[in-house]
Design a protein. Structure first.
Length: 303
């Protein structure tokens, strides 16, 4: 008598994401997987392993590096790539500044986060990548909810939410003209809690800053920032020690921490289950600039 194992919601999400990755490899000529060392891109790496191992990935990895990233995350990024034996392309915002492609902001509120757009588009053109696979999820931020799984960009890398293709019955049309690009989001239908549950199921290591630790921080606009040479503080922004963790990682100048004593996986999951504020809404200053901040950046080429 045959028996069938009940598929959990994580099994369903994993199967969908693996299918999407294989579709990208089959339909696009030169895809790349964006890997920052953050939790969502770590999940993408495991899904790529499920999709293509024991063979090599049919695409390289790429990180758009602002130069102001958390040291713990960069250390993890390099170690994880070395363990996988895959190729990493580092697209450097510092190089974009040095070559005059972008102008660095100055002052206490300076950030390199918006400069990533030019660096990303330049790297896509230089390496002739026609698809970038990333870990964006629809629950992160309201403009993300407008994204299809295959998000099409014109030959300037720009996104028009009104010019996207329907995706019915898990059928994806990856056909593009020369010069056009696709952003692909295999974990679009995942939530932050799904990501953490998958991390636990797959026993995935995360950078240490995702768990509570004592750190020197300062407060600005109701957010806690890690002290760093990359961030100029005003005279009244005094550093102090606090127990914090990070829900998301990115450029240190715009990524805030949350007060926390969640030092274990179970503690973090309990905090996430109780919160009613999205990770980007709570801890990313660039998304607080206006209600349409993310959408405005996406329209000009941001991931």
């Amino acid at each position: 008598m045959s028996t069938s194992r009940h598929r959990s919601h994580l099994d369903e999400l994993e199967a969908e994401a693996v299918h999407i990755m294989r579709e990208v490899a089959a339909e696009l000529e030169r895809p790349v997987l964006l890997f920052s060392g953050g939790k969502d891109s770590i999940v993408l790496l495991r899904l790529a392993e499920k999709a293509f191992r024991p063979g090599r990935f049919p695409f390289p990895l790429m990180h758009v590096d602002t130069g102001h990233n958390f040291p713990e995350v960069i250390e993890y990024r390099d170690r994880r790539v070395a363990d996988l034996g895959e190729r990493l392309v580092v697209a450097s915002v510092q190089e974009s500044i040095d070559t005059g492609r972008v102008v660095e902001q100055t002052g206490p509120r300076a950030s390199r986060n918006q400069l990533q757009t030019t660096t990303l588009l330049d790297a896509m053109e230089h390496h002739q990548f026609d698809a970038a696979i990333g870990g964006a999820r629809r629950d992160e931020e309201r403009s993300r909810a407008k994204e299809r799984i295959f998000s099409f960009r014109d030959d300037f890398g720009q996104w028009d939410p009104r010019a996207q293709r329907p995706e019915l019955w898990s059928l994806y049309n990856g056909k593009i003209r020369k010069g056009e690009q696709v952003r692909v989001f295999p974990i679009s239908n995942w939530t932050e809690l799904d990501v953490w549950q998958y991390v636990a199921r797959e026993s995935l290591e995360l950078p240490s800053i995702y768990y509570a630790h004592e750190r020197e921080v300062f407060e600005r606009d109701g957010m806690l920032y890690s002290t760093s040479e990359a961030i100029e503080r005003t005279g009244d922004e005094v550093a102090f020690r606090e127990w914090v963790r990070f829900r998301t990682v990115g450029d240190m100048s715009c990524t805030g921490a949350v007060r926390s004593r969640a030092t274990s996986f179970d503690d973090v999951v309990a905090e996430i289950a109780a919160t009613r504020v999205t990770e980007r809404g709570e801890t990313r200053a660039d998304d607080r600039a206006s209600e349409a901040a993310m959408e405005d950046r996406k329209r000009v080429g941001y991931f």
